[in-house]
Design a protein around this ligand. Sequence first.
Ligand code: ZN
Length: 132
Amino acid sequence: MNEPLITIKTFYYDSETMLYEPRFKDAGLYYFLKDQKRVSADPVVSNAIGGIKLQVREKDLEAAKAILKGIDDNRVESDFGKEVQIKGKDYEGTLKECPNCGNEDTYLEKLGFWKSLSNKPKHYCKACDTEF
Ligand SMILES: [Zn+2]
């Protein structure tokens, strides 16, 4: 294929692509993750080579941008990585699926050092108020 590809997004970790790849597959859009193999084999080089590049064909550019926008708009509402307090306990936003309702926007309890020696941190689902 000689069609030039355009980089529309870069990722520093291979795991980040998991959020995007299925959407492009679902949409039937041709895409290429440049340097993905290099980064997943050796994450340290990611910075040096500018990360993994998500590339699409020029004619798919608008469709690809729309997909990215859809994903990023959703992410704004996500508390992933954020520290929050719920019922007086400290939590950090995570993406573990709730066994009760299937919601993926869940929280992981942050235990202090001493507490973490004797307790396993629990997950909390804000959608259905379940601890697991
Ligand atoms: Zn739930």
